[in-house]
Design a protein around this ligand. Sequence first.
Ligand code: CUK
Ligand code: CUA
Ligand code: CA
Length: 634
Amino acid sequence: MSKDNNPNKNPELLQDADRRKFLNTAALAGLAGAGLSVGLAGCKKPEEAVAVKAADAHIEPGQLDPYYGIWSGGHSGEVRILGIPSGRQIKKLGVFVPDAMSGWGITNESKKIMGTKPDGSLLYTTGDSHHVHGSYANGTYDGKYAWVNDKIHSRVARIRLDVMECDKITHVPNVQGIHGIFPDKRDPVDPNLNRTTRVFVGMEFHTPLPNDGRDLDDPSKYGCLFSCIDAETMEMRWQCRVDGNMDLTATSFDGKLAACNQYNTENGAHLEDMMSLEHDACVFFHVERIERAVKEGRFTTIGDSKVPVVDGRKEANKDPRAALTCYVPVPKNPHGVNASPDGKYFICSGKLSPTATVIDLALVLKWYNGDLKEPRETVVAEPELGLGPLHTAFDGRGNAFTTLFLDSQVVKWDVEAAIKAFKGDKAAKVVVDRLDVHYQPGHINASMSETMEADGKWLCVGCKFSKDRFLPVGPLHPENEQIIDITGEKMKLVHEAPVHPEPHDFIIMTRDKIKTRQIYDLDEFPNAVKEDRVERKGNKVTVYMTSQAPNFGLREFKIKRGDEVTLVVTNLDKVEDLTHGIAIPKHDINFIVNPQETKSVTFKADKPGVYWIYCSHFCHALHLEMRSRMIVER
Ligand code: CUK
Ligand code: CUA
Ligand code: CA
């Protein structure tokens, strides 16, 4: 590529159809760094943008949204609940990071879920939540759970959707940078288990295995593990070692296959090394065979971990009929792998290739039967879509919607037409529509898109840059979630909302899938306070206190300097939304107790004096008066 053809210097070249393949050349290495942001030059001013018809997504005051959206929060470490199509944020869950409003990471109960250091403080106070997916039954959401990964500390969290709180977090061993996550949709063997029983996660960053100081500077010896977690117990089931890295994860509706796209099959440790090959891969896992290998003892373990690790590397899986893994070549540094709602295909976006690769799952199973020569024969289409394709959603009517990061567009395309075109049908009309979005979209999802009930109503696009779309707030702009009506042939942009950086992924489900609880049940908490009192054992003091608007059960209590105090609070109120807050000045304690819920904190009373424990959650006309005195004697 000559200097003048460098899109860094000549951004308008991006519009030139003849040059659109440029990202598919080895010259890409020269673009490393600045190259991936060139598309910003193509941003349009709002007035030139597609006409906005806000009424379409407008939800009248007092009306409920027809859909729940479950959004990840990126390096905020959170998960958020949105109403769709209004885009209104309804709830925020700390999940991987402390959240004083809910007491997440501040109470003994939440700390137990999040994990602590030997001194009782939180193991981590940061998180990086990327991908959220729901639990399945009969090919659609059952509204029971959602799972989300933490890329920075390799954790998987489960959210109970009846209360919309995190109830378990699994620390995945032996891995770094777990990225793609997906629950399975049914058991591969037992036909009675037509529901989620496992959760899979892929490891993005290859490391020495175990990562204990050996092989430090020899990346050829690093490895990556695909992990399987039990959906109910949240315990590790097994891990599978692969060649190359793993990025996103998808699962098939028949439960037989899981897959991860791989952008670094080169095993490169530096950016330019990771882009040296024209093809990377989508690696498929044969779940039933892996579990048979584990059962038959064909596994090893790594370091102190007891989790069985099977060998999914190419060298050990040459015979398709016994193989645990199948590596399907995909151009180039692909990003995203998405399952079509008809259960037939996985689609990998090319990222550095302007294409999407359609892999036929029936052919993957054929390869595992020994009926195909090469894994690449499972590819049934590879349409050219535009620059920087990342993620794909579906409308349930045969259309796919792919984000084009560099082109700042969503492209709607017909999957079966793409398959015909791949077979040589020149008349096949693959691209149906294109829509500019604002700007640089990453994830995309449509209502019910990840289920067999994909309903083709709303498409949400997570735009990574909002630039000129909202009042400026300093150097950092919010992200822009755009909502698109996809009921017609043409996409219609109807709404946008700024969001706190930075959601990565989201799912959208009809609101009838989720049945939330109004209040907790007192019996769910073994430590529920039946009687207000103070109990002392040496210098360990337990304060049992109830709350009922506008009173705390104890008007005051006395403790001594140096005591280790455990405060247990049960909220006796039985009305939904009648939540109380427990805030203790100078003790870094601030948490809420929901109706009929019990929570506790343990702290050291090391400062003599009077401390007003006050209710920090507005609950009653006498909310300000709702106080208790903690008297610490010297
Ligand atoms: S990754 Cu963020 S745009 Cu973590 Cu899902 Cu593709
Ligand atoms: Cu109780 Cu405010
Ligand atoms: Ca690569």
